[in-house]
Design a protein around this ligand. Structure first.
Ligand SMILES: [Zn+2]
Length: 486
């Protein structure tokens, strides 16, 4: 990520390099009005001689009067989407032409707020890379030593967007780091340091002892094979009048998911430090609420456990009495996220009475099969909540897609030996829907939505959309936008 990002009202053309984004339409119509006549003349010449054609993604380094430019073509205006724009901005900022530049100017093709927001996200989210454990000599992209100047008049909205991107990257750091470093104790410290000194905050932390005393046995059971402390951490943030109802966000935080005795095979286990991506998204959203002083009442909660293997591990076939007193058959120890969430949801609804509750979790591999990597799954029992989350998803490009929940699904979680079981239909059929149905059994009449980020939270290859390898921070922009507007 850049050392510093700021806005300057006019291009100076005096930084180490100026990146100029330009559409094919502007080139054809010669509708760029740089005060610098030499620059305009060069652009016309390059276009007319078919050297710089205006095709999307084409770049051309230009040295002119001892100044350096990187021309970047965006293609036809009608084909530009917010995603394609961010990808092109990301690629241009990572271009080898910028290798030695310390100060970079970015000149967009227009001055619309939505375009400048894409520039911010392309720059901050697009150039993020996880390199904590790479030695400096290996890391050739010194982006964290560079300053970026985006040409735009600054305003509160754009500055908020920078904050939101920074929190998204903060969440990515939490997900990317080693599972033995990002433990429940570490996440507790992280949350406490975020809220330190804030007057409108109260925090409740339930450790093993309290969880036992209060009967959150589903959460405890998942952690049974681990030497780390299970935790339910609840931050009550009062940003509005005390009498206003609270929205609760609940994140799944499995700091490592081995699958338990239903052990995950090679090929599935390697990235399982990402299984706290839901909790990390809630923590990133908390960071935003504090920084942006969101004027809403919000509960931020994370259920933290490690699904490890030991002689004390929970056994498939066990029956556990949940906090809600419903008995649950542990049909598969790898379906542990819903167990942690079920107790967390029941506890928050009973003790905090939120008006609505949104949980977020890397919950099911089935969601990746159904929707792939670019859309999170959204399941809810309330149409207005669904509509507003989808609206935030479109506004932020932190994408979600609505999947169904319906009464007949309750049969999918029936058990022969307990009230319900933590697995749905055989062969994983509709696994995302049946996992959500399991959660719905614990929400009662509360308005509820579940966001499954199993596919969206992490990039296993080198890149996807404008994200590089590793965590994407899925959910942070979506939840922040939702809270700001609802
Ligand atoms: Zn699992």
């Amino acid at each position: 990520m850049f050392k510093h990002v700021s806005f300057i009202p006019y291009a100076t053309f005096k930084k180490d390099i100026s990146i100029i984004l330009i559409t094919a339409d502007q080139l054809k119509n010669r509708s760029f009005n740089f005060t610098d006549k030499d620059l305009s003349r060069s652009l016309i010449g390059l276009f007319e001689s078919k050297i710089f054609t205006g095709d999307p993604g084409q770049t051309y380094p230009l040295a002119l009067n001892k100044r350096f430019f990187l021309l970047v073509s965006l293609g036809a205006q009608k084909d530009i989407t917010s995603t394609s724009l961010k990808i092109l901005i990301k690629n241009s900022l990572l271009s080898p032409n910028l290798k030695d530049a310390k100060n970079i100017e970015l000149i967009c093709h227009d001055q619309k707020g939505s375009t400048i927001k894409c520039a911010i996200e392309g720059a901050l989210l697009g150039t993020y890379s996880w390199n904590k454990y790479k030695s400096k000599t290996v890391d050739k992209n010194n982006i964290d030593e560079k300053n970026l100047y985006i040409i735009s008049t600054k305003n509160k909205d754009l500055e908020s967007n920078i904050t939101i991107c920074e929190s998204t990257n903060f969440t990515r750091d939490l997900v990317n780091d080693n599972a033995d470093f990002i433990t429940s104790a570490f996440l507790e410290k992280t949350i406490l340091s975020l809220v330190k000194g804030r007057k409108n905050i109260s925090v409740e932390i339930l450790n093993k002892k309290e969880l036992k005393a209060k009967g959150l046995n589903l959460l405890l059971g998942v952690n049974q094979g681990s030497n780390k402390e299970p935790k339910l951490i609840i931050v009550k943030y009062t940003g509005s009048d005390k009498k206003d109802k609270y929205t609760a966000l609940v994140g799944k935080g499995i700091t490592f998911d081995s699958g338990g005795l239903n052990l995950k095979p090679t090929g599935s286990i390697e990235t399982m430090r990402e299984d706290m991506g839901g909790a990390a998204a809630v923590i990133g959203t908390l960071k935003n609420a504090l920084a942006l002083k969101i004027k809403k009442n919000i509960i931020f909660a994370v259920g933290l456990a490690e699904n490890a293997i030991g002689s004390g591990s929970q056994k498939p076939g066990d029956v556990v009495i949940s906090y809600s007193k419903k008995s649950v058959e542990i049909a598969n120890t790898d379906a542990e996220g819903r167990l942690v969430l079920a107790d967390a949801i029941s506890y928050i609804i009973k003790n905090y009475e939120p008006e609505r509750l949104i949980n977020i979790a890397t919950l099911t591999g089935a969601c990746v099969i159904a929707l792939g990597y670019d859309y999170s799954g959204l399941i809810s029992n309330d149409d207005i909540l669904t509509k507003n989350i989808l609206k935030s998803s479109i506004e932020t490009d932190d994408r979600a897609w609505h999947l169904p929940n319906y009464p007949e699904l309750k049969d999918s979680v029936k058990s022969n030996i307990a009230d319900i079981k933590n697995l749905g239909f055989p062969k994983g059929i509709a696994g995302t829907l049946t996992a959500a149905e399991f959660l719905r059994q614990f929400v009662g009449d509360t308005k509820w939505a579940h966001i499954d980020i199993a596919g969206t939270a992490f990039v296993e290859g080198t890149s996807r959309m404008y994200y590089g390898h590793g965590a994407t921070g899925a959910g942070v922009r979506l939840l922040t936008n939702y809270l700001q507007n609802n």
